[in-house]
Design a protein around this ligand. Structure first.
Ligand code: NAP
Length: 282
């Protein structure tokens, strides 16, 4: 039996329509939610990401500003720009596209963003808020994964969720969000022994590794939900995830595709966070 596809494009359209409606409501009250995207250098992938983010803002009626700087911009100059954006009332969300050039301390720049405008959810205050269950901005990718689980009406309470990957932007926040919904969570990483023995026990698997075929059909319990965060290229150069999609879809109950799964949800949750930043400021 083939798994039900969780369509990130369709869910994004729904959520973005809601963002557009709420943005129009704010505009009627004289506030246009605004996102500033800061790009330093000419990393080709980053250029595509920031273009997509700015376009998504425009399509949903949000104001967006793209600030592009040469790769030799000094750390002090970048910190000064962040400070100016922190104090700009037309800007509700600030996103500094990573990676930054090596001479800039990325963590220092993230910490310079006001937590009230940290729509990427990478600030240590946002991480602390998630950890303690306080209000704050959740990182967009795992937040999008949670929305996907919600969209299928999946009850996480008491379920065993296995997260593969422990990065600060995906794996760890993902585990905390699942825990907050009362799942029993296992976090796996490169030092995990016998990954398959753990994933075979899972009701929900989130793969966030960045390696093809980390999860194959023999590692999945029949009926499990499989969320594929990975973004890789296959031998033909096509985008693919961490999951052996063709094999796993025959075993899983639900599965997200790549492309068209978590990717569009990440940008959608950035819009949601920006809108909420503007709403909170009222
Ligand atoms: P990352 O910082 O490189 O983290 C990868 C994690 O995978 C690490 O925790 C690493 O363990 C673990 N790992 C590596 N090999 C493993 C193995 N064989 N078995 C189990 N765990 C293993 O990557 P990331 O930023 O979290 O991103 C993960 C993937 O998601 C990438 O493909 C990235 O492009 C993609 N991504 C997609 C979106 C989207 O919008 N769709 C957004 C963000 C990221 P250690 O900690 O032990 O090294």
């Amino acid at each position: 039996m083939s798994a039900v596809l969780i369509d990130g494009n369709a869910l994004s359209r729904e959520l973005r329509a809601d963002v557009a409606m709420r943005a129009a409501r704010l505009k009627a009250r004289g506030v246009t939610p605004g996102l500033a995207v800061v790009l330093v250098g000419d990393n080709p992938a980053s250029q595509v990401y920031v273009r997509n983010k700015v376009k998504a803002c425009e399509d949903s009626g949000l104001h967006s500003v793209l600030e592009k700087y040469d790769a030799d911009l000094s750390e002090a100059a970048l910190l000064a720009r962040v400070d100016a954006l922190n104090n700009d009332p037309a800007i509700h969300g600030i996103l500094v596209q990573l990676p930054l050039p090596a001479h800039i301390d990325a963590q220092k720049v993230i910490e310079a963003i006001s937590p009230a405008k940290d729509v990427d959810g990478f600030h240590i205050a946002s991480a602390g808020a998630l950890m303690t269950g306080m209000p704050g901005f959740w990182p967009c990718t795992p937040y999008g994964c949670m929305k996907m689980l919600e969209s299928i009406g999946y009850e996480l309470k008491g379920k065993h969720a296995v997260v593969i990957g422990r990065s600060n932007i995906v794996g760890k926040p993902m585990a905390l969000m699942l825990l907050q919904q009362n799942a029993t969570v296992t976090i796996c990483h490169s030092g995990t022994r016998d990954l398959g023995a753990l994933t075979r026990q899972a009701d929900v698997i989130v793969a966030a590794v960045g390696k093809r075929n980390v999860l194959t059909a023999d590692m999945v319990k029949p009926g499990a939900v499989v969320i594929d965060v990975g973004m890789n290229r296959n031998d033909e150069g096509k985008l693919c995830g961490d999951v052996d999609f063709a094999g796993v879809r025959e075993v899983a109950g639900w599965i997200t595709p790549v492309p068209g799964g978590v990717g569009p949800m990440t940008i959608t949750m950035l819009l949601v966070n920006t809108l909420e930043a503007a709403e909170r400021g009222l």
